[in-house]
Design a binder for this molecule. Sequence first.
Ligand SMILES: N[C@@H](CCC(=O)N[C@@H](CS)C(=O)NCC(=O)O)C(=O)O
Length: 206
Amino acid sequence: MKLYSSIGPNPRMVRMFIAEKGLDLPMTRVDIIAGENRREPFLSINPAGEIPVLEFDDGTALAETTAICEYLEERHPEPPLIGATPEARARTRMWWRRVDLKVVQPMTQGFRGAEGLQLFESRTHCLPVAADDLKATAREGLSWLEGQLGERPFIAGETLSVADILLFSFIEFGALVGQGLAPGHQRLARWHDRMASRPSAAITAF
Ligand SMILES: N[C@@H](CCC(=O)N[C@@H](CS)C(=O)NCC(=O)O)C(=O)O
């Protein structure tokens, strides 16, 4: 089994997930800036042309961070990063989805419609006219999470989960592309600092 990885928050979150599991997978680097992921032979591995991809020893491949993390959790349940019980798994998936829909998607689309436009306009439908609103939507999502976090140590509860890993990876990405935390995001800033001190957070670009 090996992972196709690159710069960017999606492969980073999967690598962080792998590190938190204590796993060590061989990796192949894909140059997404040069568009290696948008042409053959990569398109035969993932027709969506995106990174990360987990390739199995029989040559079949699995894309999408969600599917990859779910698979790794089933194969390597310890430590649980999605959950050890049906209730814990459901709670993590609820927060995972909220982080994805409220922050990750609008932040990504906001970036692709503005700072990332030159790189992405020939690859996917970008929304330059909506970029500012998409960024505002991501900021609102962060503010909502700030209010929800309360005094909990982690996004989904008392222990680290994939929801923390996803949010951390995208908050770090946002900081690089002009979508960093706002001064009012104090709980998230403290949570971010705790996350940043984990050894798995040292994994940045491939
Ligand atoms: N929905 C995909 C998104 C993957 C994605 O957008 N990956 C970025 C890197 S962070 C990528 O491949 N960008 C290059 C491109 O789209 O050409 C997932 O969850 O894995």
